[in-house]
Design a protein around this ligand. Structure first.
Ligand code: HDE
Length: 685
């Protein structure tokens, strides 16, 4: 058993290699393998005459092109993925018999796709939205898909409401606006009239919904699942992914601007990190609950609008995922990958969460139309790394050549092969939970408290996070045209916090709520605040604003300290080329004030110098710096940049390092960058 599961990332990579085609090494042929002599001109009757039907190359090329689009995902259409591996730290044998979790050190190949939910395939990436976090583990017992989000709860409790939720959040049907945004009438009308959404909406209005990077957000399985061990004993389990870089967010104004400056911001960040060898690490954690404790909590553990506070049920870290390889082809891998929460392995089972139960139907169903038939499991990215055999046959695009006379079970002609495997040989046996009940279309009473955990979340936020939530509500509800919907939405959130709702009411021009009772929940969960996350300088992006005749004595130690701390530094000047410092040091310009923008960086270092168009340079630098200042970012400036800094809004305060001459490891600077944002900076002073 031990040996069997020692599969590293190479096993999937090797399999994919058998499907790779390096067209660039060969001459051009038709799909039939015929060499092509001409690809510029179609076959015509005379150079000015009509194109001829017999031009099979033209027909094949055009037909293929005409058919090269497939439907985008109905949700999570915009996303990006990478390959990697998962390594176990600690055996989970006591809790689950899942082969890939038995032995510390076991490595399993993974393919992970991050996504936004509401926007279409071409939408911008730093929108306010939940993010998908879907991981396919290619285990020796078959593919296991952990299809989660970066928010631990969901908008609805029963899958039957999913089409309503998505219809409400997607662009409105009469004018297809707005794209990739929840800030419109139908979404807020849905929220106010489906109050089970309260908890998730609080997360959606928080900084969690505008992550700085796919690499800097948490992941959650959301539902309660089951671990089952080889004795048949079960534990309830919730899954967590914890980013090694911590969970960090953008500022809303910045997020909106990034959407214009670089709509591919998140995919570029992921792609470039991996290309630069900054592999992306997430630790996998589990919260485990004995079956006997199912009813111990003041919420129902089957309710997907509830989380398990980490302070009550600790997250046990059991392994690490490292994303270390970019795809070769986005369509073949990311677009064709098919995730399904129903893809499980022995030792992992479901709970009766009614949202999960509905998902178990939806994913295969959607792949059937999206990928055009029942054989999508044969696509290279979806193939398990272990063998698979059954009596399923035929259908569009079938590739396997199933040999033999029989394709049914039971049979005698093939000795009853392929035969089923008993549990002890790895056959999947569903957990034999005893279930009793009448057939009803109803919601359990234990699912009816919608506001306690919404308030728990609110209670757990820092002051800055609370301010951001109020601003987000004010923006979103302010975009609603119908004043009645505005009022309903504001009233609903008075159940969470009266003061918050009163401020939003004021901002959006409706009367403050009066007849609403605020939830009495007084607990908080520090783990929910991003203030308490890991803060490290690694992979942070820094723009150095600089021109000729720069102060080399300031630049050199700064660059060294920043690069040593793992930051990515861009030299940004008025034009491309080489710059020469006062003492003769030279530096290559990576970007210009035209090709990049302040919002694309985590931190700035202003060096200045002699520019060709000094006035313009100074004004552009001031804009750059002012944006970073308003976005609470760390800003350093070299002593020689004093005059330049005087032209900006920057005032001494948190995260402002004027006259910065780094020495040694530049602790002060490194710490400022790791800090991410200085929310206590008074930007309006
Ligand atoms: Fe999904 N979801 N979902 N979802 N979901 C899809 O499957 C669905 C839900 C999630 O990168 C679809 O292949 C229903 C929760 C991710 O390819 C579809 C319900 C969570 C992805 C679908 C939910 C998710 C999807 C669309 C309510 C977090 C992208 C395309 C019962 C735990 C996977 C596709 C990727 C995608 C249905 C709710 C996560 C239609 C019916 C809760 C990350 O099958």
């Amino acid at each position: 058993m031990k040996k069997d599961h020692q599969v590293n990332e190479e096993s999937k990579n090797k399999q994919l290699e058998t499907f790779r085609a390096r067209d660039y090494e060969h001459s051009m042929t038709t799909n039939q393998g015929l060499k092509i002599s001409e690809d510029e001109h179609s076959l015509k009757a005379g150079t000015r005459g009509p194109t001829l039907m017999e031009d099979f190359h033209f027909r094949e090329k055009m037909t293929h092109f005409d058919h090269e689009r497939i439907p985008e995902r109905v949700v999570h259409a915009r996303g990006f993925a990478a390959h990697g591996e998962f390594e176990v730290y600690e055996s989970m044998k006591k809790y689950t018999k899942a082969g890939f979790l038995q032995e510390p050190g076991t490595k399993t190949p993974v393919f992970t796709r991050f996504s936004s939910v509401a926007g279409s395939k071409g939408s911008a990436e730093t929108v306010r939205d939940a993010r998908g976090f879907a991981v396919k583990f290619y285990t020796q017992e078959g593919n296991y898909d952990l299809v989660g989000n970066n928010i631990p709860v969901f908008f609805i409790q029963d899958a039957i409401k999913f089409p309503d939720l998505i219809h409400a959040v997607k662009p409105e049907p009469h004018n297809e606006m707005p794209q990739a945004a929840s800030a419109h009438d139908t979404f807020w009308d849905f929220v106010a009239n489906n109050q089970e959404s309260a908890h998730m909406v609080m997360w959606q209005m928080s900084d969690r919904a505008i992550p700085r990077s796919f690499r800097m957000m948490e992941g959650f399985g959301v539902h309660t699942y089951r671990f089952v061990n080889d004795q048949g004993e079960a534990h309830f389990v919730k899954f967590h992914w914890k980013p090694k870089l911590g969970a960090h967010s953008l500022v809303w104004d910045e997020a909106q601007k990034i959407n214009g400056k670089d709509p591919d911001f998140h995919r570029r960040d992921l792609w470039e990190s991996i290309e630069n060898g900054n592999f992306v690490e997430f630790e996998l954690g589990v919260q485990l609950l004995e079956e006997k404790d199912e009813f111990k909590f003041d919420f129902d553990i089957l309710d997907p609008t509830k989380l398990w506070p980490e302070e009550d049920i600790p997250v046990k870290i059991i392994g690490k995922m490292t994303l270390n390889r970019n795809v070769d082809n986005v369509f073949a891998e990311m677009e064709q990958v098919a995730f399904h929460p129903g893809s499980v392995v022995p030792g992992i089972d479901f709970s009766n969460d009614p949202l999960l139960q509905g998902r178990l139907f939806s994913y295969t169903d959607t792949q059937l139309i999206r990928l055009g038939g029942p054989n999508f499991h044969e696509l290279p990215i979806n193939r398990p790394v272990c063998p698979f055999h059954n009596n399923q046959r035929d259908g569009y695009g079938r590739q396997t050549i199933n040999v033999g006379q029989t394709h049914y079970h039971n049979n005698s002609l093939s000795n009853n092969k392929p035969d089923t495997a008993p549990e002890e040989d790895g056959g999947y046996v569903h957990y034999q939970e005893k279930v009793e009940g009448r057939k009803v279309q109803a919601r359990s009473d234990s699912f009816k408290d919608h506001f306690s955990q919404a308030r728990l979340f609110w209670n757990s936020m820092s002051d800055a996070e609370k301010e951001h939530i109020i601003a987000a509500f004010s923006f979103e509800i302010g975009k609603v045209n119908d004043m009645n919907v505005r009022k309903q939405a504001v009233d609903m959130f008075a159940n969470v916090d009266m003061n918050m709702a009163t401020q939003v009411a004021d901002a959006v021009g409706v009367e403050a709520p009066t007849d609403v009772t605020q939830s009495s929940e007084s607990k908080s969960s520090p783990a929910l605040s991003q203030e308490n996350t890991a803060k490290v300088p690694d992979t942070r992006t820094v723009a150095v604003l600089i021109a000729d005749q720069f102060d080399d004595e300031a630049l050199e130690p700064f660059l060294k300290a920043s690069l040593d701390a793992g930051m990515t530094v861009n030299i940004v000047s008025e034009k491309f080329g080489k710059l020469t410092g006062k003492n003769g040091a030279t530096v290559d310009v990576d970007e210009t004030l035209l090709t990049v923008h302040s919002v694309l960086y985590d931190a700035l270092y202003v060096v200045g110098g002699q520019a060709k168009q000094q006035q313009k340079f100074d004004a552009d630098v001031a804009d750059f710096v002012n944006e970073a200042y308003m976005h609470f970012k760390p800003i350093g400036s070299a002593p020689a940049a004093e005059g330049l800094m005087e032209k900006t809004k920057v005032k001494p305060g948190p995260g402002i390092l004027m006259d910065l001459k780094v020495s040694g490891e530049g602790e002060q600077w490194v710490e400022a960058v790791a800090h991410h944002r200085f929310w206590d900076r008074n930007i309006y002073a």
